[in-house]
Design a protein around this ligand. Structure first.
Ligand code: 13P
Ligand code: SF4
Length: 353
Protein backbone atom coordinates (compact mmCIF):
# COMPACT_ATOMS: atom_id res chain seq x y z
CA UNK A 1 0.00 0.00 0.00
CA UNK A 2 1.25 3.50 -0.62
CA UNK A 3 0.33 6.80 0.98
CA UNK A 4 -0.92 8.80 -1.97
CA UNK A 5 -3.30 11.18 -0.32
CA UNK A 6 -2.99 12.25 3.28
CA UNK A 7 -6.21 13.61 4.75
CA UNK A 8 -6.08 16.51 7.17
CA UNK A 9 -9.01 15.52 9.32
CA UNK A 10 -7.86 17.61 12.28
CA UNK A 11 -8.70 20.70 10.21
CA UNK A 12 -12.39 19.92 9.81
CA UNK A 13 -14.52 21.99 12.12
CA UNK A 14 -16.81 19.94 14.30
CA UNK A 15 -20.49 20.92 14.20
CA UNK A 16 -22.12 22.47 17.24
CA UNK A 17 -23.74 19.99 19.59
CA UNK A 18 -27.56 20.09 19.47
CA UNK A 19 -29.12 22.04 22.35
CA UNK A 20 -30.02 19.90 25.36
CA UNK A 21 -33.76 19.35 25.71
CA UNK A 22 -35.73 19.22 28.93
CA UNK A 23 -37.80 16.08 29.64
CA UNK A 24 -40.97 17.98 28.67
CA UNK A 25 -39.42 19.09 25.37
CA UNK A 26 -38.30 15.54 24.64
CA UNK A 27 -41.81 14.22 25.26
CA UNK A 28 -43.21 16.99 23.04
CA UNK A 29 -40.91 16.15 20.14
CA UNK A 30 -41.37 12.38 20.49
CA UNK A 31 -45.13 12.86 20.25
CA UNK A 32 -44.80 15.26 17.34
CA UNK A 33 -42.47 12.91 15.43
CA UNK A 34 -44.91 10.01 15.84
CA UNK A 35 -47.71 12.12 14.40
CA UNK A 36 -45.56 13.35 11.53
CA UNK A 37 -44.40 9.82 10.67
CA UNK A 38 -48.02 8.74 10.29
CA UNK A 39 -49.08 11.82 8.36
CA UNK A 40 -46.17 11.45 5.93
CA UNK A 41 -46.26 7.64 5.63
CA UNK A 42 -42.66 7.75 6.83
CA UNK A 43 -40.33 5.44 8.71
CA UNK A 44 -37.09 6.14 10.62
CA UNK A 45 -33.95 4.39 9.36
CA UNK A 46 -31.32 4.92 12.07
CA UNK A 47 -27.68 3.97 12.49
CA UNK A 48 -26.28 2.34 15.64
CA UNK A 49 -24.22 5.48 16.33
CA UNK A 50 -27.17 7.81 16.79
CA UNK A 51 -28.12 8.70 20.36
CA UNK A 52 -30.01 6.04 22.36
CA UNK A 53 -33.24 8.08 22.42
CA UNK A 54 -33.25 8.21 18.61
CA UNK A 55 -32.66 4.46 18.35
CA UNK A 56 -35.46 3.82 20.87
CA UNK A 57 -37.84 6.01 18.86
CA UNK A 58 -36.94 4.23 15.60
CA UNK A 59 -37.69 0.88 17.23
CA UNK A 60 -40.92 2.07 18.82
CA UNK A 61 -42.27 3.39 15.52
CA UNK A 62 -41.49 0.34 13.36
CA UNK A 63 -38.28 1.69 11.86
CA UNK A 64 -34.85 0.10 11.98
CA UNK A 65 -31.62 0.54 13.90
CA UNK A 66 -28.82 -1.05 11.95
CA UNK A 67 -25.41 -0.91 10.30
CA UNK A 68 -25.00 0.92 7.03
CA UNK A 69 -25.59 -2.19 4.89
CA UNK A 70 -28.80 -3.14 6.65
CA UNK A 71 -30.00 0.49 6.58
CA UNK A 72 -29.67 0.39 2.79
CA UNK A 73 -31.57 -2.89 2.55
CA UNK A 74 -34.30 -1.86 4.98
CA UNK A 75 -34.90 1.50 3.31
CA UNK A 76 -35.24 0.06 -0.17
CA UNK A 77 -37.56 -2.79 0.83
CA UNK A 78 -39.85 -0.91 3.26
CA UNK A 79 -43.24 0.16 1.83
CA UNK A 80 -43.17 3.67 3.37
CA UNK A 81 -43.12 6.47 0.81
CA UNK A 82 -40.79 8.62 2.94
CA UNK A 83 -37.56 7.55 4.67
CA UNK A 84 -36.25 9.65 7.54
CA UNK A 85 -32.57 8.69 7.62
CA UNK A 86 -30.98 9.36 11.01
CA UNK A 87 -27.28 9.02 10.31
CA UNK A 88 -24.83 10.88 8.10
CA UNK A 89 -25.30 12.22 4.60
CA UNK A 90 -23.86 9.30 2.64
CA UNK A 91 -26.50 7.07 4.25
CA UNK A 92 -29.27 9.39 3.03
CA UNK A 93 -27.72 9.49 -0.44
CA UNK A 94 -27.48 5.70 -0.55
CA UNK A 95 -31.17 5.47 0.39
CA UNK A 96 -32.11 7.90 -2.39
CA UNK A 97 -29.98 6.11 -5.00
CA UNK A 98 -31.66 2.81 -4.15
CA UNK A 99 -35.16 4.27 -3.88
CA UNK A 100 -35.50 7.29 -6.20
CA UNK A 101 -39.29 7.12 -5.98
CA UNK A 102 -39.19 7.74 -2.23
CA UNK A 103 -38.77 11.04 -0.44
CA UNK A 104 -35.59 10.79 1.63
CA UNK A 105 -35.34 13.27 4.49
CA UNK A 106 -32.56 13.86 6.98
CA UNK A 107 -32.57 15.77 10.26
CA UNK A 108 -29.74 17.84 8.75
CA UNK A 109 -27.85 17.72 5.48
CA UNK A 110 -24.77 19.01 7.36
CA UNK A 111 -24.12 15.60 8.94
CA UNK A 112 -20.84 14.74 7.25
CA UNK A 113 -18.38 11.87 7.57
CA UNK A 114 -14.61 12.43 7.66
CA UNK A 115 -14.10 9.55 5.22
CA UNK A 116 -16.45 11.15 2.70
CA UNK A 117 -14.90 14.61 3.24
CA UNK A 118 -11.40 13.17 2.81
CA UNK A 119 -12.16 11.69 -0.59
CA UNK A 120 -13.16 14.52 -2.97
CA UNK A 121 -14.27 13.31 -6.38
CA UNK A 122 -11.74 15.26 -8.49
CA UNK A 123 -8.67 13.93 -6.68
CA UNK A 124 -10.15 10.48 -6.41
CA UNK A 125 -11.02 10.32 -10.09
CA UNK A 126 -7.47 11.39 -11.03
CA UNK A 127 -6.12 8.69 -8.69
CA UNK A 128 -8.26 6.05 -10.44
CA UNK A 129 -7.29 7.36 -13.89
CA UNK A 130 -3.62 6.92 -12.95
CA UNK A 131 -4.24 3.20 -12.27
CA UNK A 132 -6.61 2.05 -15.02
CA UNK A 133 -5.66 -1.61 -14.52
CA UNK A 134 -7.22 -1.69 -11.04
CA UNK A 135 -10.76 -2.53 -9.94
CA UNK A 136 -12.14 0.37 -7.90
CA UNK A 137 -13.76 -0.58 -4.59
CA UNK A 138 -15.13 2.18 -2.39
CA UNK A 139 -16.52 2.06 1.09
CA UNK A 140 -20.17 3.11 1.49
CA UNK A 141 -18.87 6.15 3.44
CA UNK A 142 -18.40 8.18 0.25
CA UNK A 143 -20.32 10.68 -1.86
CA UNK A 144 -22.64 9.63 -4.69
CA UNK A 145 -20.03 10.97 -7.15
CA UNK A 146 -17.27 8.76 -5.73
CA UNK A 147 -19.60 5.75 -5.80
CA UNK A 148 -20.41 6.56 -9.42
CA UNK A 149 -16.66 6.34 -10.22
CA UNK A 150 -16.37 2.91 -8.59
CA UNK A 151 -16.82 -0.66 -9.80
CA UNK A 152 -17.96 -1.83 -6.37
CA UNK A 153 -19.35 -0.30 -3.20
CA UNK A 154 -18.78 -2.20 0.03
CA UNK A 155 -19.48 -1.85 3.75
CA UNK A 156 -17.27 -3.10 6.57
CA UNK A 157 -19.53 -6.11 7.14
CA UNK A 158 -18.60 -7.72 3.80
CA UNK A 159 -15.30 -5.99 2.92
CA UNK A 160 -12.98 -8.94 3.60
CA UNK A 161 -15.19 -11.35 1.66
CA UNK A 162 -15.50 -9.03 -1.35
CA UNK A 163 -11.77 -8.29 -1.60
CA UNK A 164 -11.05 -11.99 -1.20
CA UNK A 165 -13.48 -12.72 -4.05
CA UNK A 166 -11.91 -10.11 -6.35
CA UNK A 167 -8.43 -11.37 -5.47
CA UNK A 168 -9.48 -14.90 -6.39
CA UNK A 169 -10.40 -13.55 -9.85
CA UNK A 170 -6.86 -12.14 -10.15
CA UNK A 171 -7.98 -8.51 -9.88
CA UNK A 172 -5.75 -5.74 -8.53
CA UNK A 173 -7.63 -3.26 -6.42
CA UNK A 174 -7.95 0.41 -5.55
CA UNK A 175 -9.46 0.76 -2.09
CA UNK A 176 -10.92 4.01 -0.72
CA UNK A 177 -11.20 5.86 1.51
CA UNK A 178 -10.36 4.32 4.92
CA UNK A 179 -6.67 3.48 5.30
CA UNK A 180 -7.12 1.28 8.37
CA UNK A 181 -9.88 -0.83 6.88
CA UNK A 182 -7.86 -0.98 3.63
CA UNK A 183 -4.85 -2.29 5.52
CA UNK A 184 -7.03 -4.73 7.46
CA UNK A 185 -8.61 -6.27 4.35
CA UNK A 186 -5.20 -6.45 2.65
CA UNK A 187 -3.73 -8.37 5.58
CA UNK A 188 -6.72 -10.67 5.74
CA UNK A 189 -6.77 -11.52 2.05
CA UNK A 190 -3.24 -10.97 0.74
CA UNK A 191 -4.77 -9.09 -2.20
CA UNK A 192 -2.88 -6.44 -4.20
CA UNK A 193 -4.51 -3.27 -2.84
CA UNK A 194 -3.62 0.36 -3.48
CA UNK A 195 -5.14 2.34 -0.65
CA UNK A 196 -6.44 5.89 -0.35
CA UNK A 197 -5.33 7.38 2.98
CA UNK A 198 -8.55 8.57 4.58
CA UNK A 199 -9.48 8.08 8.23
CA UNK A 200 -12.46 8.14 10.53
CA UNK A 201 -12.02 10.82 13.17
CA UNK A 202 -13.70 8.61 15.78
CA UNK A 203 -11.91 5.29 15.31
CA UNK A 204 -8.56 6.93 14.59
CA UNK A 205 -8.49 8.11 18.21
CA UNK A 206 -8.50 4.77 19.99
CA UNK A 207 -5.25 4.38 21.89
CA UNK A 208 -3.09 1.29 22.30
CA UNK A 209 -1.16 1.95 25.53
CA UNK A 210 -4.28 3.06 27.36
CA UNK A 211 -6.13 0.00 26.02
CA UNK A 212 -3.36 -2.27 27.33
CA UNK A 213 -3.71 -0.65 30.77
CA UNK A 214 -7.46 -1.15 30.60
CA UNK A 215 -7.03 -4.82 29.67
CA UNK A 216 -4.82 -5.24 32.73
CA UNK A 217 -7.55 -3.66 34.87
CA UNK A 218 -10.22 -5.97 33.37
CA UNK A 219 -8.43 -9.26 32.70
CA UNK A 220 -11.72 -11.08 32.00
CA UNK A 221 -12.85 -8.63 29.33
CA UNK A 222 -12.91 -9.28 25.58
CA UNK A 223 -11.84 -6.46 23.25
CA UNK A 224 -14.16 -5.67 20.32
CA UNK A 225 -12.77 -3.43 17.58
CA UNK A 226 -14.20 -1.83 14.44
CA UNK A 227 -11.65 -2.17 11.60
CA UNK A 228 -11.57 1.60 11.03
CA UNK A 229 -9.31 1.66 14.12
CA UNK A 230 -5.49 1.82 13.98
CA UNK A 231 -3.54 -1.40 13.44
CA UNK A 232 -2.10 -1.58 16.98
CA UNK A 233 -5.64 -1.45 18.41
CA UNK A 234 -6.91 -4.10 15.95
CA UNK A 235 -3.96 -6.28 17.04
CA UNK A 236 -5.34 -6.31 20.62
CA UNK A 237 -8.83 -7.41 19.55
CA UNK A 238 -10.66 -10.63 20.38
CA UNK A 239 -13.13 -9.76 17.60
CA UNK A 240 -12.87 -7.32 14.67
CA UNK A 241 -15.91 -6.43 12.61
CA UNK A 242 -18.60 -4.06 11.46
CA UNK A 243 -21.07 -2.65 13.97
CA UNK A 244 -23.52 -5.56 13.61
CA UNK A 245 -20.67 -8.09 13.70
CA UNK A 246 -19.43 -6.57 16.97
CA UNK A 247 -22.90 -7.01 18.50
CA UNK A 248 -22.88 -10.66 17.37
CA UNK A 249 -19.38 -11.10 18.86
CA UNK A 250 -20.58 -9.73 22.21
CA UNK A 251 -23.23 -12.48 22.18
CA UNK A 252 -20.88 -15.21 21.02
CA UNK A 253 -17.86 -14.61 23.26
CA UNK A 254 -18.04 -16.03 26.79
CA UNK A 255 -16.41 -13.02 28.51
CA UNK A 256 -18.50 -11.20 31.16
CA UNK A 257 -17.14 -7.78 30.10
CA UNK A 258 -16.55 -6.19 26.71
CA UNK A 259 -14.17 -3.33 25.98
CA UNK A 260 -15.63 -1.78 22.85
CA UNK A 261 -13.58 0.26 20.35
CA UNK A 262 -16.26 1.93 18.24
CA UNK A 263 -18.72 4.80 18.62
CA UNK A 264 -20.46 4.54 21.98
CA UNK A 265 -23.86 4.83 20.29
CA UNK A 266 -23.59 1.08 19.72
CA UNK A 267 -23.98 0.43 23.47
CA UNK A 268 -27.77 0.84 23.23
CA UNK A 269 -28.32 -2.19 20.95
CA UNK A 270 -25.34 -4.15 22.29
CA UNK A 271 -26.64 -3.94 25.85
CA UNK A 272 -30.06 -5.15 24.63
CA UNK A 273 -28.31 -8.14 23.06
CA UNK A 274 -26.21 -8.95 26.19
CA UNK A 275 -28.08 -7.52 29.20
CA UNK A 276 -26.01 -9.58 31.64
CA UNK A 277 -22.63 -8.29 30.40
CA UNK A 278 -20.74 -5.11 31.30
CA UNK A 279 -19.84 -2.87 28.37
CA UNK A 280 -16.84 -0.57 28.67
CA UNK A 281 -15.70 2.18 26.30
CA UNK A 282 -12.22 1.67 24.87
CA UNK A 283 -9.95 4.60 25.75
CA UNK A 284 -9.56 7.53 23.37
CA UNK A 285 -7.17 9.44 25.62
CA UNK A 286 -3.62 8.47 26.53
CA UNK A 287 -0.12 8.69 25.05
CA UNK A 288 -0.39 12.44 25.47
CA UNK A 289 -3.43 12.65 23.17
CA UNK A 290 -6.52 14.73 23.75
CA UNK A 291 -9.54 13.18 22.10
CA UNK A 292 -11.79 15.40 20.02
CA UNK A 293 -14.59 13.00 19.20
CA UNK A 294 -14.14 10.95 22.41
CA UNK A 295 -15.85 7.89 20.92
CA UNK A 296 -18.91 9.67 19.59
CA UNK A 297 -19.20 10.87 16.01
CA UNK A 298 -20.03 14.61 16.13
CA UNK A 299 -22.04 14.34 12.92
CA UNK A 300 -24.10 11.40 14.16
CA UNK A 301 -24.81 13.49 17.26
CA UNK A 302 -26.58 16.08 15.07
CA UNK A 303 -29.55 13.72 14.72
CA UNK A 304 -31.50 15.11 17.66
CA UNK A 305 -35.24 14.91 18.32
CA UNK A 306 -35.90 18.51 17.30
CA UNK A 307 -33.95 18.11 14.06
CA UNK A 308 -35.92 14.96 13.20
CA UNK A 309 -39.22 16.75 13.83
CA UNK A 310 -38.03 19.71 11.69
CA UNK A 311 -36.96 17.34 8.91
CA UNK A 312 -40.32 15.61 8.80
CA UNK A 313 -42.30 18.82 9.10
CA UNK A 314 -40.35 21.10 6.78
CA UNK A 315 -38.65 18.83 4.22
CA UNK A 316 -37.32 21.00 1.39
CA UNK A 317 -33.78 22.14 0.66
CA UNK A 318 -32.67 21.95 4.30
CA UNK A 319 -33.67 18.31 4.73
CA UNK A 320 -34.45 16.51 1.49
CA UNK A 321 -31.77 14.42 -0.24
CA UNK A 322 -31.59 14.89 -4.00
CA UNK A 323 -29.21 13.01 -6.28
CA UNK A 324 -28.70 14.03 -9.89
CA UNK A 325 -30.34 11.45 -12.20
CA UNK A 326 -27.21 10.59 -14.24
CA UNK A 327 -25.10 10.32 -11.11
CA UNK A 328 -27.73 8.16 -9.51
CA UNK A 329 -27.75 5.74 -12.41
CA UNK A 330 -23.97 5.41 -12.33
CA UNK A 331 -23.83 4.99 -8.54
CA UNK A 332 -26.64 2.44 -8.56
CA UNK A 333 -24.57 -0.11 -10.46
CA UNK A 334 -21.83 -0.68 -7.85
CA UNK A 335 -24.42 -0.42 -5.05
CA UNK A 336 -26.59 -3.09 -6.66
CA UNK A 337 -23.49 -5.26 -7.06
CA UNK A 338 -22.81 -4.87 -3.34
CA UNK A 339 -26.36 -5.86 -2.39
CA UNK A 340 -26.31 -8.88 -4.72
CA UNK A 341 -22.93 -9.98 -3.34
CA UNK A 342 -24.18 -9.56 0.26
CA UNK A 343 -27.31 -11.60 -0.52
CA UNK A 344 -25.24 -14.40 -2.08
CA UNK A 345 -22.93 -14.40 0.93
CA UNK A 346 -25.90 -14.67 3.28
CA UNK A 347 -27.19 -17.68 1.36
CA UNK A 348 -23.75 -19.34 1.51
CA UNK A 349 -23.49 -18.78 5.27
CA UNK A 350 -26.99 -20.21 5.72
CA UNK A 351 -26.10 -23.21 3.56
CA UNK A 352 -22.98 -23.88 5.66
CA UNK A 353 -24.81 -23.53 8.97
P1 13P B 1 -21.02 0.18 9.63
O1 13P B 1 -20.99 -0.09 8.17
O2 13P B 1 -20.33 -0.87 10.45
O3 13P B 1 -22.39 0.50 10.10
O4 13P B 1 -20.13 1.49 9.90
C1 13P B 1 -20.47 2.72 9.36
C2 13P B 1 -19.63 3.77 9.94
O5 13P B 1 -19.80 4.91 9.69
C3 13P B 1 -18.54 3.34 10.82
O6 13P B 1 -17.92 4.40 11.40
FE1 SF4 C 1 -17.77 8.71 9.37
FE2 SF4 C 1 -16.39 7.89 11.46
FE3 SF4 C 1 -18.67 9.25 11.82
FE4 SF4 C 1 -18.68 6.69 10.87
S1 SF4 C 1 -18.03 7.38 12.89
S2 SF4 C 1 -19.88 8.42 10.10
S3 SF4 C 1 -16.83 6.71 9.63
S4 SF4 C 1 -16.79 10.03 10.86
Amino acid sequence: MSALFETEHAAWPFPAKPARLSDDEKAFYRHKIKQLLKARNAVIVAHYYTDPEIQALAEETGGCVADSLEMARFGSSHPASTLLVAGVRFMGETAKILSPEKTVLMPTLQAECSLDLGCPIDEFSAFCDAHPDRTVVVYANTSAAVKARADWVVTSSIAVELIDHLDSLGEKIIWAPDRHLGRYVTQKTGADVLCWQGACIVHDEFKTQALLRMKALYPDAAVLVHPESPQAVVDLADAVGSTSQLIQAAQRLPHPQMIVATDRGIFYKMQQAVPEKTLLEAPTAGEGATCRSCAHCPWMAMNGLKAIADGLEQGGAQHEIEVDAALREAALLPLDRMLAFAAELKLKVKGNA
